[in-house]
Design a binder for this molecule. Structure first.
Ligand SMILES: [Zn+2]
Length: 500
């Protein structure tokens, strides 16, 4: 993520709802939704699906949170999602969404009941392995599902199909900027994005970075509108005035890194030298971003030299008709405000390794994403503009005050995740590089990304990794820079070539 002031063109959720009501909007039918509208109970299934437990095995309820201390009710426990198959139909004029999402998951315990996260939409039906399940909404975003029979067996793979509709909404965030469903008043288009969560605004999910899964989207919009999402596209199909777009992410993604962007895009397709497809989408007012985005192949080549091979099978960017207040590293295809320069692109593409391929375990680990993506901007300046990074470091250290040093880079507390990582973060990574020397630093970074590719990792694991690979005892260094709230003592502030 890169912070940016939002533009006024994105409606608040409440205003969206009021306008649509006033317009008496007509709800388009979802052709795949079938006729199921009753909630539950009456299963027509004649034999118990394979994942449902034998009668007598009671199971227990999955927890309503995934365990992140900063956002205790984000995500859920008791199962591990392996894939999302999301199908939506969206009508921009009425802002109505019909959804039909199937989640494939493995039960980590025998489940008498479990939760998904969904916010602001009405659930019409839920099936578990093809049999109707009972469900209820609880709290801000908990969809509580009770499968038929007694339980889903521990270790079994099961499928949950949820049909739902309504007007998707923004999610309220006090500190990090609005996430969820954003409608642009100028273009009439919409984008779903946000950190630390956004998926629950448009599809039922285990909305936590801890549960990564593959993601496939089928999205149907009226002809003339187009849909951009993550990963690789299929050829759109137009029938009866509606066009269906399909996108697929084959590498697992955290839910906050999935997105959908609906607008009247100008789409530019190209390929990287190795054949990787690049899809760039520009809103009408974003022509100025093209010269920056045209450097994507050079940026990815540069980053690959630092980090190892690009981790995904697709690339590109989405240049929105207005600023949401941030750019975000949505997987394979970041979203950007209209007027970006090359530093945004370097930052969000660096996240494809730091954040997307290797994802935080907890939000306390956010420096793994932002300190490195911010430092990538430094490295790009060093490589392309021949900036003297030691000089830049010294001048930033000279300017730093007690408040600057007082902000922690690790475990900074909920709501403080983005206060220090963009400013103190790159200084800390530069100091680490000088402490280790270039060769060891590069080895540390590459082996880290290789070891945790497509997975999750924590900051304490990174500290251990650095010490193991370098053979150096660096806990005092990490304590001073990443956990401390004061200017690091001189030996840690001026390591290597910074000394003297
Ligand atoms: Zn970032």
């Amino acid at each position: 993520m890169t912070k940016r002031l939002p533009s006024a063109a994105w409606l608040t959720a409440i205003l969206v709802a009021v306008l649509a009501l006033a317009a008496g909007s007509v709800v388009p039918a979802m052709p795949t939704a079938g006729s199921a509208s009753g909630s539950a109970g009456a299963s027509g299934s004649t034999r118990p699906p394979s994942s449902l437990a034998d009668p007598g095995e009671p199971g227990t309820a999955g927890s309503d949170g995934a365990g992140d201390p900063y956002y205790p009710t984000d995500g859920n426990g008791g199962y591990d999602v392996t894939g999302y198959d999301v199908s939506i139909s969206y009508d921009p004029p009425s802002r109505h969404l019909d959804g039909d999402t199937t989640i494939t998951a493995v039960a980590l315990q025998s489940l008498s009941r479990f939760n998904l996260d969904l916010s602001g939409l009405d659930v019409r039906s839920v099936e578990v392995d093809g049999a109707a399940a009972t469900f209820a909404m609880a709290g801000e975003h908990e969809l509580v599902i009770t499968p038929p029979a007694t339980a889903v067996r521990r270790g079994s793979t099961f499928r949950v199909r949820v049909r739902y509709d309504g007007q998707p909404q923004r999610l309220n965030e006090r500190v990090l900027g609005a996430g969820g469903w954003h409608v642009n008043t100028l273009s009439g288009g919409a984008v779903a994005a946000g950190e630390p969560h956004s998926a629950s605004a448009w599809y039922p999910s285990n909305d936590t970075p801890r549960d990564k899964a593959t993601f496939a989207l089928t999205a149907r919009v009226p002809d003339g509108w187009s849909v951009i999402s993550n990963g690789v596209e299929s050829t759109p199909v137009s029938v009866d005035g509606w066009t269906t777009y399909r996108w697929k992410l084959s590498s697992p993604a955290a839910t906050y890194l999935t997105m959908v962007a609906i607008d009247r895009w100008t789409v530019v397709r190209s390929t990287l030298p190795d054949g990787t497809p690049v899809v760039d989408a520009y809103a009408s007012s974003t022509a100025g971003a093209r010269s920056a985005e045209n450097r994507l192949p050079a940026v990815l080549a540069f980053l690959s030299r630092q980090y190892g091979d690009y981790p995904f099978d697709a690339a590109g960017g989405v240049f929105l008709p207005g600023s949401l207040g941030y750019a975000l590293e949505t997987q394979t295809r970041p979203i950007y405000p209209p007027d970006v320069d090359i530093t945004f692109i370097v930052h969000e593409l660096a996240h494809q390794w730091f954040g997307d391929s290797v994802t935080v375990t907890s939000w306390a680990d956010i420096c793994l994403n932002e300190c490195f993506a911010s430092y990538a901007q430094w490295q790009w300046q060093e490589d392309v503009e021949h900036t003297d990074l030691d000089e830049q470091y010294r001048s930033e250290v000279t300017r730093a005050d007690d408040q600057f040093w007082g902000r922690r880079l690790y475990d900074m507390g909920a709501g403080n995740e983005f206060r220090a990582v963009y400013s103190k973060g790159p200084l800390a990574i530069h100091a680490l590089r000088r402490q280790l020397g270039d060769e060891t630093f590069n080895t540390v970074v590459r082996t880290w990304l290789e070891r945790h590719r497509d997975g999750n990792a924590s900051w304490p694991e990174f500290e251990a990794h650095v010490q193991q690979v370098s053979g150096q005892q660096l806990q005092p260094f990490f304590d001073a820079w990443f956990r401390g709230t004061r200017r690091p003592p001189d030996p840690y502030l001026w390591p290597g070539s910074l000394h003297g």
